[in-house]
Design a protein around this ligand. Structure first.
Ligand code: FAD
Length: 292
């Protein structure tokens, strides 16, 4: 079944994993996946490195998800970085041959020192339009959205207009960037609905596991805010052991997931960070373990 169709009927549960580097074994990730499958996720998405350097790897992981004892839908992330039309066509045919028919179509982060994508497309909307032109409805296509505005966009209005372009180009659902500020998320959700973006929204949940990772993800990479309750949590547990900090972070994440569930969203997408224990504990704490 197509994921956005499920989202119209009920809230989906899904996980994101990332492939190991080329010279690292796949087995640890396969072991993480084996722990996640019993949750019966509606899908598992796999990131791809900017520039597609480990593209082979993320396809291998999508394939292993399809071949699991209790398979689920793999979603392959795919970026415009360094990609030309012929190469994209070939990769997409390979996906279809393997049975991978769900994609997250992205521009990708521009590698340091590059001007633009060095490929045929500058923006995700162009990639989505191309995929629709070339492959019709053979793929379900997800697009990314940043509830606190993409860091490069000058204004919310501009960013939301670009989101609308991605929907109009043929995206079927929207997967969000992390957002620890649920109030800001609500405002953004209202704004995108006003802008005519009607596709289901799948909320990306970044578990709070270490203070370093929260600070890096919010301030070092994505221009996301650390709202007062999270700032307070970090301060209160600043000198705690890693284990105690994680315990407090997991409790915070559980409360936040409940707030998101109350918004009538299309799905919850957990950034697993390739760590099964913490994500499973969060799912358990949010009453999602009935799916097992
Ligand atoms: P776009 O939609 O192209 O937007 C990028 C910027 O350009 C925005 O500021 C937008 O407002 C602007 N823009 C869009 N269209 C136009 C236009 N026509 N004219 C002018 N400006 C325009 N990155 C990876 O490298 N690999 C991954 O696997 C990966 N997975 C991700 C998963 C999720 C759920 C999310 C939310 C992000 C992920 N990213 C990943 C990060 C993503 O690639 C970056 O956020 C990237 O900087 C933007 O990608 P995009 O698809 O949103 O780009």
């Amino acid at each position: 079944m197509r994921i956005p169709d499920i989202m119209k009927e009920r809230m989906t549960l899904s996980f994101e994993v990332f492939p190991p580097k080329e010279d690292q074994p796949l087995e640890p990730l396969l072991a993480v996946l084996d722990r996640l499958y019993p949750m019966q996720p509606d899908f598992i998405s796999c990131t791809c490195g900017a520039g597609g350097t480990n593209a082979g790897r993320h396809m291998e992981i999508c394939q292993s998800i399809l071949e699991a004892e209790n398979p689920t839908v793999p979603i392959s992330h795919f970026t415009c970085i360094g990609r030309h039309k012929d190469d994209i066509r070939e990769q997409m045919r390979r996906c279809l041959d393997l049975g991978i028919d769900h994609l997250l179509a992205l521009r990708g982060d521009i590698p340091a020192g590059w001007e633009g994508t060095r490929g045929d497309f500058s923006h995700a909307s162009e990639l989505i339009g191309f995929l629709r032109e070339e492959f019709g409805d053979r793929f379900v296509i997800a697009m990314a959205g940043a509830p606190e505005k993409h860091i490069e966009a000058r204004t919310f209005a501009e960013d939301i207009a670009h989101l609308r372009m991605k929907q109009d180009a043929g995206a079927d659902f929207l997967m969000t960037q992390l957002c620890y500020d649920v109030e800001r998320f609500k405002e953004w959700l209202d704004k995108i609905r006003t802008a005519g973006i009607h596709i289901p929204v799948d909320v990306g949940i970044m578990p709070v596991l270490t203070k370093k990772s929260v600070i890096r993800m919010c301030l070092g990479m994505n221009g996301c805010s650390i709202p007062q309750p999270l700032a307070e949590l970090i301060s209160r547990h600043y000198n705690d052991s890693d284990e105690d900090f994680m315990k407090a972070g997991i409790e915070f994440t559980i409360r936040q997931v409940y707030e998101y569930m109350a918004l009538g969203i299309g799905g919850l997408h957990f950034y697993s960070l390739n760590k099964a224990d913490a994500v499973l504990e969060i799912c358990e704490g949010c009453g999602l373990s009935h799916r097992k």
